[in-house]
Design a protein around this ligand. Structure first.
Ligand SMILES: Cc1ncc(COP(=O)(O)O)c(C=O)c1O
Length: 351
């Protein structure tokens, strides 16, 4: 927990000076998370958005970022409401359409920002194909791997240059710690990020790092169970007459299922579905008993939420509609409970 470290002499420290700059527990976490993404480097942050902000501060005014349209609402808010004011430009596209990626590239494009699977519509992006296009135009590719986790998908092996995590979610896994991380194999990028990590100061406390280290020990067990549960829940929802549409990359008929099967070990623990309208969605959410009505995702307990009014409320209604996030959409984060209980809860609420 130390904030400072006794030095042997002036300018002669023993590896650590001050805990914003470096801390042994944070080092242990960074080593662990780097190994999970099979990355050379990892830097830990106080939140996913702290990680994202620090990364984006490497860009300069006039630089352009092309990003997948249904990104996490907070990522959109950071891009649109904060970073635009500093002269960065942002352009939203459907990155599951490679032609759209190619068309969006300009000489000013420095970065392509992906989420896959996306939040909340569970679209899947071919990271390999997008990386090839981006690199052809001299841009780097950053993948927010929060939904997939390094257990299911390792973007650096698929051509990406940078991986970002909200470790608040699956990495922590128990809804008790907020954190973020950036992983890369690029030494120059790591040098710049390390400077910015210290200069900006969005660093996690040693206790938070310890909690994350403890939580991540069961990542594979949790995500395996969550993915198995999610598949069964998605199939059950598909059979339910009150459900208009189910979004899950593992379902036959999902437009990107083959890409998902190629780049992911399993299909993950997130499922979204659409009911008739907003009042029906609200009533359904109100009646769930095992699923807690709450934001966030990726922990052992199942959660349900209404993206348009909760996690994605910071996206203007018009943008939301364009991206396909309707008022009848419900997003589920599937936990490790008995799947029969989860299905019974959903069926009862929908009835
Ligand atoms: C996909 C994704 N990326 C980034 C974030 C931001 O992370 P944090 O809440 O840890 O700042 C979230 C948070 O919900 C998220 O779902």
């Amino acid at each position: 927990m130390a904030t400072t470290f006794a030095q042997q002499g002036v300018g002669k420290h023993q590896g650590f000076e001050y805990s914003r700059t470096g801390n042994p527990t944070r080092n242990a976490l960074e080593e662990c998370l780097a190994s999970l993404e099979d990355a050379k480097h990892c830097l830990a942050f106080s939140s996913g958005l702290g990680a994202e902000t620090t990364l984006m501060l490497l860009l300069n005014p006039g630089d352009r970022v092309v990003y997948m349209e249904d990104v996490y609402g907070g990522t959109f808010r950071l891009f649109d409401k904060v970073l635009k004011r500093y002269g960065l430009e942002f352009s939203a596209i459907d990155a599951s359409d490679i032609d759209a990626v190619e068309k969006a590239m300009t000489p000013q494009t420095r970065m392509v920002w992906l989420e896959s699977p996306t939040n909340p519509l569970l679209r899947v992006v071919d990271i390999d194909a997008v990386s090839e296009v981006a690199h052809g135009h001299g841009a780097i590719v950053c993948v927010d791997n929060t939904f997939a986790t390094p257990f299911l998908q390792q973007p650096l092996h698929l051509g990406a240059d940078v991986v970002v995590h909200s470790s608040t979610k699956y990495i922590g896994g128990h809804s008790d710690v907020v954190g973020g991380a950036i992983m890369t194999d690029n030494d120059e990028l790591e040098k710049q990020l390390r400077f910015h990590q210290n200069a900006v100061g969005a660093v996690p406390s040693p206790f938070d790092c310890w909690l994350l280290l403890r939580g991540v020990k069961t990542l594979a067990l949790r995500v395996e169970r969550q993915s198995q549960n999610a598949m069964v829940v998605a199939q059950a929802l598909q059979q339910n007459k009150a459900v208009k549409r189910v979004f899950y990359p593992g379902l036959e008929g999902h437009p990107n299922r083959s890409v998902a099967a190629r780049q992911m070990r399993m299909f993950g623990g997130m499922v979204s579905f659409e009911v008739a309208d907003e009042p029906t969605a609200f009533r359904t959410l109100q009646r769930l008993k095992i699923f807690a009505l709450a934001e966030s995702l990726g922990a052992v307990e199942s959660l349900a939420e209404h993206p348009a009014r909760m996690t994605h409320a910071s996206i203007p209604a018009q943008e939301r509609q364009r991206a396909g996030v309707g008022d009848g959409l419900i997003r589920l984060s599937i936990g490790v409970e008995d799947v029969a209980d989860l299905i019974a809860d959903l069926e009862s609420a929908l009835r």
